[in-house]
Design a protein around this ligand. Sequence first.
Ligand SMILES: *[C@@H]1O[C@H](CO)[C@@H](O)[C@H](O)[C@H]1NC(C)=O
Ligand SMILES: *[C@@H]1O[C@H](CO)[C@@H](O)[C@H](O)[C@H]1NC(C)=O
Ligand SMILES: *[C@@H]1O[C@H](CO)[C@@H](O)[C@H](O)[C@H]1NC(C)=O
Length: 916
Amino acid sequence: MQRNGGGGVAGGQPWVLRRIRLTWLSFMLFFILVFFPLIATYYLTTIDEAVGPDKRLFGPRPGGELCEAKHVQDLCRIRESVSEELLQLEAKRQELNGEIARLNLRIEACKRSIDSAKQDLLQLKNVISQTEHSYKELMAQNQPKLSLPVRLLPDKDDPPLPPPKSPRACRLRSCFDYARCPLTSGFPVYVYDRGAYAWAERIDPLVRQAFEAAVKTNIYVTADPSVACLYLVLVGELQENASPPPPPPAELEKQLKALPYWRADGRNHLLLHLSRQSVTQNFLYNVSTGRAAVAQATFLERQYREGFDLVVSPLVHALSEPNFLEIPPQVPVKRKYLFTFQGERLESLRSSLQEAPPQSFEEEIERDPPADYDDRIIGTLKAVADSRLDQVLVEFTCKAPRASLPTEWALCGERDERLGVLKVSTFALVIVPGDGQLVASAGCGMRLFEALEAGAIPVVLGDHSQAAVHQHIRWSEAAIVVPKPRITELHFLLRSLSDSDLLNMRRQGRFLWEAYFSTAESVLSTVLASVRTSLQVPAAPIREEHAREIPHKAGKLAGTDANLADNGDLDLGPVETEPPYASPRFLRNFTYTASDVYRAWNRAPGPFHLFPHTPLDPVLPSEAKFLGSGTGFRPIGGGTGGSGKEFQAALGGNVPREQFTVVMLTYEREEVLMNSLERLNGLPYLNKVVVVWNSPKPPSDDLLWPDIGLPIVVVHTEKNSLNNRFLPWDAVETEAILSIDDDAHLRHDEIMFGFRVWREARDRIVGFPGRFHAWDLNHQSWLYNSNYSCELSMVLTGAAFFHKYYAYLYSYVMPMAIRDMVDEYINCEDIAMNFLVSHITRKPPIKVTSRWTFRCPGCPQALSHDDSHFHERHKCINFFVKVYGYMPLLYTQFRVDSVLFKTRLPHDKTKCFKFI
Ligand SMILES: *[C@@H]1O[C@H](CO)[C@@H](O)[C@H](O)[C@H]1NC(C)=O
Ligand SMILES: *[C@@H]1O[C@H](CO)[C@@H](O)[C@H](O)[C@H]1NC(C)=O
Ligand SMILES: *[C@@H]1O[C@H](CO)[C@@H](O)[C@H](O)[C@H]1NC(C)=O
């Protein structure tokens, strides 16, 4: 309990008693020192006068003859003894003075040790309550473990389930064998190879090639049919003008039944028909597929089983990747034409199509004469064009119409010509076929996706058709659906929409197109994800980057110097008392396919990955943590609140306790790095330090790393790349990452405050150095700016907190072109991260506190100061804008300080932090 060993309460006497004695002593001393000399002087002066002016006692040393007189001798003796006594008293006085000083020192020491004992007591109480807390939590979690039923693999000769009365009645619940797809099975998919069925050879080679390439890279595909949940058969599309026509329905059925895992009824099979052409093949129309589901771009109402069959998008980019840089920018909102439409009704082609095989399909359409509004539509749109109120482009005949269904509006011209028109259209009209039998058609799908690709907002005229993956994608966020009877109000409606709404739709359309429909891989992933989501099976967990450790020698005792930490004399949190605590992972596996389906599908990055944690998890209401859901919470003052002292003792806030990981990128600056690491000693809530060793040269052998009482993981990298800073290393076990440059100098209280702020804004970048993007009026482009400014839009990742979620997105989801640019310039990775987070969240970053010394004085200059560095950053910004299609960064005008910063407090209260 007692910090200063010798300075305690000696002799067991209370210090109050000692003080009284001291006062008495001082009084005595005063008496002796002041009065005694006065009296003595008076006495001696009297003697002097008696012996006359020549024989003064207090003159020069008295002569021998003077002492001959007896009484004078007496006086001399007295004088000697008195002066001796005076000398003794003087010595005594000095001794006592020394004693007083010593005692004063002891008093001070006692006071200090009382204070520190009080502090220790507080901390001990804290530890005890923390331990109690953890113990209670452990007990609470000690519920009996619930596990899934044992997985039984169905036999090949399972008795077939009784089939539904009509094949049209198939739904997942009645036709799908859930037993093959337990929630934790991971959704294995078996894909039949082309040797398994005869008509595979007639499939368009480009479609087949694209499909096979996509299958190769898909992580759900398994080679073991006995464990598969889903069996995938590519059925089309067949080659154009296939010389033997598609097999007749009976023959197709026979071939399907012969598939090795068909098991009499085709349960858990998905027949996938990918169309590359606008001409619609629908040879499965009259084929009984049993319990197998069908995924294709064209469906008649009679054949479509809602919730079971799947509408897919046409395969536009079969093998090539779309070039994102050729996509027109999303701004300005208003383009040359308000809306455009080009198409032709192919009455002339009707007879030739009728001869083509699946005849019954065509007949089906014929039998139901379309009661459509097309004439009225044509009339109204032409009137709008003639009125010249707005520039519009509507053409109802074209030079080279593409083949299509008879009731459908055929596409005109070549793809490039069509895209050329769409790029200058604000809206693109999609008139769905007049006949109500058609639930979805490849032609309409093509129009829709070409519009999305070119950034023209689709306006779908007719509300009875289904767009691709409509079970999960909310199309109303990207396209406007107008019932045909509203055609006369269409112009008014389109004119009334605000720019911000239009840009939102355009951005959402771009996201949908890019994530789900832009390549063969994304189309296949989308089909599988849609089935998987319907079955509530979670996605495969996203990849972590394995951290290959470089062994290193620790041992240099890190400084315990208080100045090093510079806390402003505050305990910022538990240091020795809190063991390492990794953030819990994968708590919401089944949420994304249950209550969170909408967000998973309609917000970036889409439903394709399972993340261990995201910054978007919902927050409990405050009372829940006191009424049964308190696991992990550390409320301030146990829930009663408080200022500085209580605040420093608990994390508080709205989310459970956690720690953070420091990720430090370094390149051949060992001395600087060692100093930076040493400064982290004693930092509360720090879980681990990951040093990304960005140099091919390993650390020097004789380098002694500081021992800061925490693991320092030094990670080997394949190449020197700034992107390594954001790799989602498996060694990072917390949600919070503090990314710092090896030469950044942050004080502990700044880091602590940043961490606490980040906990309340988990989806943002929270950090220290702010920058902004400024518009260059001369060149009509963006400039990077680091001048003082009251508005900022970026926080540099040389010293910032962000969620590990964004490390996954940066490394695996963000367009590759951006990472390539970072590598090319060896610059801009922090700008790229700010773009990414603002793009996903549509929120600016948060800057915390002002007092901040970024670069360490005397360190070798970082490369960030020359002109070319700035020049590159301008270029980066403008390039990234091109890739995203718009400028994602947003401005912010505030900075965050702690609650009691600059508040006058009563003396018994303390601030949250001394300086911030
Ligand atoms: C196909 O349709 C025709 C006429 O609608 C019908 O006669 C025939 O049985 C159907 N074939 C199959 C395999 O269902
Ligand atoms: C959630 O998924 C992850 C990754 O597949 C797995 O490790 C974890 O055990 C799952 N959690 C539950 C509760 O099923
Ligand atoms: C920053 O401010 C200085 C002085 O006002 C100005 O000369 C300079 O051009 C500014 N830099 C940028 C990038 O705007």
